[in-house]
Structure formats: C-alpha cells, structure tokens
Ligand binder design. Structure first.
Ligand SMILES: Cc1cc2nc3c(=O)[nH]c(=O)nc-3n(C[C@H](O)[C@H](O)[C@H](O)COP(=O)(O)O)c2cc1C
Length: 217
C-alpha cells in the first residue's frame, strides 16, 4: 500500500487557488497548501483498496460505484454510496501511480491534461454489461476530470446506462464535468450528481444518503 501525501488542494488559501487557476492557463502553481484533516476521514481511498481493484461490495447486481480518488475525499462519498446501495465497488487505480507529493501530482496532472494522455488502470468492473447504473466519482483536477477517468470512460460501452456523477473539489464546484460526461459517455443518461467541497468534509458526507433517496433513476 503506498503512502499518500494528502496535501493537494487541501486547505489551499485563496491566493493559492488563484495561483493554481492561473497555472491552469499556462503558469505554475506557486503555493504549497497546508494539510487538511478531512481527507483523513475516508476509509476507502486510493490506497485503501489499491490491492484489490475489483472488490465487490455488491449485491443488487445492476449498479456499480466507480471512482478515482487521490487523497481520499471522493472515496469517502464512494464508501457511503456503496454502504447505502450495496452496489459493486470498483476503484480506479492507475497503473502508474500519481506522485505522492502534491506539487509533483499537480505537474503530472496538468501535463497529462495538456497532452491528452489516457492513463492505464488496473482491473475492471465485474459484469459491466449487466450494470445499468454507474455512480462515477472523481476529484476536480485542473477544472476537469482526472485523465484516468477519461480513460475509463473511453474504455467502456455506455449505451443504455445511467451515469450518476459524484465529485469533490476545493473551489471549482463541478467545473462543467457532468456535461463532459454526457458528451463522452455515448448513449448514457446523466442523472443529478453530488458535488461536495473539501472544506465541508467530513460532515457533508451526511448528505449522501438523502441525495440517493431523492435520485430519480
Ligand atoms: C492535481 C490536482 C488538481 C486540482 N485541481 C483543482 C481545481 O481545478 N479546482 C478545484 O476546486 N480543486 C482542485 N483540486 C483539489 C481537489 O479537487 C480536492 O482536493 C478534492 O477534494 C480531492 O479529492 P480526492 O481526495 O478524492 O483526490 C486539485 C487537486 C489536485 C491534486
């Protein structure tokens, strides 16, 4: 199990965000953010499930929770969805791990995005053809989905499926990602998702069950 430096945008100052967003337009992140405890609360993380990429919590047979999480925040939502729905769980674990150090990770993520890299990942969802609802989770990276999410989307047939996005972010909200999912998951319907700000965690995880109950799928 690899150790993660949980800094990232966790606790990033306003100026730091400005620097990073500036960086998204061609600059370089200038500030190193401070640690934030929220990420420590997640039990299902990029690391927690890394050894078993096809873990199945499973049971209703027709839903899957699929997520990528670098520092654990998004994994916390995934864990709650799995707990509430009994859906099968699949954590997207890149073949080449993202760097554990924040600055290195942001550099790699930005370069991947600029170059359109489609990173490989380990394993796959069991019984994809029989899955009708896909809860798809990711952190916002550089105002977009991480490239490894795009790899997953690209690798799968989405016709007839319902995609339910869930995400965490520092300040960008959805950053338009549900529309990108609608554009790229050909033939799928995109349901109302759940997007939580990292600074509202861990208490915001309590929204998960109510959101699920209100979902019309
Ligand atoms: C490489 C990288 C890029 C990020 N880009 C953004 C961004 O553009 N907007 C934003 O609000 N947060 C951004 N963040 C912050 C993450 O979205 C936020 O910390 C999220 O909760 C992390 O989720 P995770 O713990 O599941 O990885 C970025 C974080 C990293 C590591």
């Amino acid at each position: 199990m690899r150790k993660i430096d949980r800094r990232g945008f966790l606790g990033l100052s306003g100026a730091g965000v400005a620097a990073l967003l500036f960086a998204a337009c061609g600059g370089t992140p200038q500030e190193e953010p401070a640690a934030h405890d929220a990420a420590e609360t997640s039990a299902v993380g990029a690391n927690a499930a890394a050894e078993d990429t096809t873990a199945t919590a499973a049971t209703d047979g027709s839903a899957a929770v699929v997520w990528f999480s670098w520092s654990g925040n998004t994994a916390g939502i995934a864990e709650r969805i799995v707990g509430a729905t009994g859906a099968r769980a699949f954590e997207i674990v890149p073949e080449e791990p993202y760097p554990e150090v924040y600055d290195d990770c942001t550099d790699v993520a930005l370069q991947e995005q600029r170059d359109g890299v489609m990173p490989a990942y380990r394993g796959d969802v069991d019984g994809w053809d029989g899955v009708s609802v896909v809860y798809l989770g990711y952190p916002i990276w550089w105002m977009d989905m991480p490239q490894v999410i795009k790899s997953f989307i690209d690798d799968h047939d989405w016709a007839g499926k319902t995609v339910v996005p869930f995400s965490t972010y520092y300040s960008s909200g959805w950053a338009g990602t549900p529309d990108k999912i609608a554009d790229t998951c050909t033939g799928a319907t995109v349901a109302d998702g759940l997007s939580l700000g990292q600074n509202d965690l861990p208490s915001a995880y309590d929204q998960v069950e109510g959101w699920l109950e209100g979902l019309v799928l």
